[in-house]
Design a protein around this ligand. Structure first.
Ligand code: CMC
Length: 389
């Protein structure tokens, strides 16, 4: 009687049509609007990729200049948002704060919440891309008890983020390290979009009800938080901490094989060959550590883990390769970003992908997302009064 296709985990269901991102998991290909991720990471920058994702084409130099100016002009948040932070505990996880603050943006920017109005949709996309680094940095500053830093219009997107994270008012000569800013920009670029992953699907599903975009992005942030998705970058570092030293790797691998633990930062639902983002991320990781002269024992541990895994039949048979999150955590750590902020940074970077999908959905006909189920519960039965049970 059930005529639905049963597809738990959506292994074989295309829920929408999209022109934004293409992935061929067997070949390890990732294209944004047709452009290979490695070319974008090497030759473009994050805001240009944002323009590409949002608009479908690379900008001309005038369009780029105008877009950068527009984003830069929207980086401040409503001053009352500063007070909103006071309601959170200082020791709260920054992702918990991020979910709440981004969801609350609809209470501050309700002048443009009509999802049927294209101008409202466009200005919301710009506001989100512009304000999300400010909010992410505020989450960090609040957690360490330092004053919030206002965004600076003379800095580029990644520099401004690092400035808001690490500058303090007393340090008037604070300078952002250009190597770290470049690495940060690349991390943003590599995380910008990834077609219908769990958080993007969540944003589309929430958006399909006509919910306001800030609420939809907050839903995306919530979905991203889990360790099987964006929370993996934080989980990788925790795992490396737990393993402790290279000689403990074989013991840890035995636990992985007996399924006591998962090797975080490995495996992907779609990539069954390699994750092209991980390839670029590894190069960036090497560059950053060399430039900073960092000799990180955790990196040595990670490399040993990778070497063993790539040669172990358990991983080879299951086509498990390092994913983007395996290396990003090591770079973020080298930049000085605390582990609890890793997933916040993923959310920051992915906001443009989420909002691009939300815009795409709203720019053509769509239906409310409403999966069915295979019911496996009781058949109809009569209610038994309490004294007869
Ligand atoms: N460590 C050990 N075994 C694994 C792992 C792993 N990380 N991932 C998958 N497997 C095994 C799994 O136990 C299963 O084995 P068997 O066939 O014996 O039952 C087999 O590989 C297939 O795994 P699956 O769970 O069916 O694969 P999935 O497509 O449902 O899950 C995944 C994909 C990414 C959730 C999973 O690989 C995982 O949990 N990885 C660790 C978390 C992680 O790094 N996530 C970040 C993904 S990339 C960034 C992002 O998109 O957010």
């Amino acid at each position: 009687k059930d005529h639905f296709t049963f597809d738990p985990g959506f292994m074989a269901t295309a829920a929408c049509e999209s022109k934004i991102t293409y992935i061929d998991g067997d070949q390890g290909i990732l294209l944004h609007r047709g452009y290979p991720i490695a070319q974008l990471a090497d030759q473009s920058d994050y805001l240009e990729v944002c323009y590409l994702l949002l608009n479908g084409e690379l900008p001309t130099s005038e369009q780029k200049e105008e877009f950068v100016k527009l984003v830069t002009n929207h980086t401040m948040v409503h001053d009352q948002i500063r007070k909103f932070f006071d309601g959170f505990r200082r020791d709260a996880h920054p992702m918990a704060v991020m979910c709440g603050v981004v969801g609350a943006l609809s209470a501050f920017y309700h002048d443009a919440l009509d999802v049927n109005n294209v101008d409202h949709r466009n200005i919301t996309a710009i506001r989100l891309v512009a304000k999300i680094p400010t909010i992410a940095a505020m989450c960090y500053k609040y957690s360490v008890g330092q004053p919030f830093m206002y965004p600076r219009n003379d800095l580029n997107y990644a520099e401004n983020f690092l400035y808001m994270m690490f500058a303090v008012p007393a340090d008037v000569d604070y300078k952002v390290n250009p190597i770290l800013a470049k690495a940060m920009d690349r991390i943003f670029t590599l995380h910008a979009d990834h077609e219908q992953n769990a958080s993007t699907s969540t944003v589309r599903l929430a958006g399909s009800t006509g919910a306001n975009p800030y609420a939809c992005i907050a839903a995306g942030i919530a979905a991203l938080w889990g360790p099987a998705h964006g929370g993996a970058n934080e989980a990788v570092l925790k795992m490396l901490d737990e393993i402790g030293s290279v000689d403990k790797v074989p013991e840890f691998m035995e636990k992985v094989k007996t399924k006591e633990v998962k090797l975080m930062g490995f495996g992907h639902r779609v990539y069954k060959n390699f994750d092209p983002r991980a390839k670029v991320m590894k190069e960036t990781c090497d560059e950053v550590l060399a430039a900073l002269g960092i000799n990180d024992p955790q990196l040595e541990l990670a490399m040993k883990l990778e070497e063993i895994a790539l040669n172990d039949p358990y991983f080879v048979d299951r086509k498990l390769y390092p994913n983007v999150d395996f290396y990003s955590g090591i770079i973020l750590k080298a930049i000085g970003i605390p582990t609890s902020m890793f997933t916040v940074i993923f959310a920051l970077a992915r906001t443009v992908g989420w909002i691009s999908h939300w815009l795409e959905m709203h720019s053509s006909a769509y239906k409310i997302g409403r999966p069915r189920q295979l019911y496996t519960g009781s058949l109809q039965r009569d209610f038994t009064p309490l004294d007869k049970r």
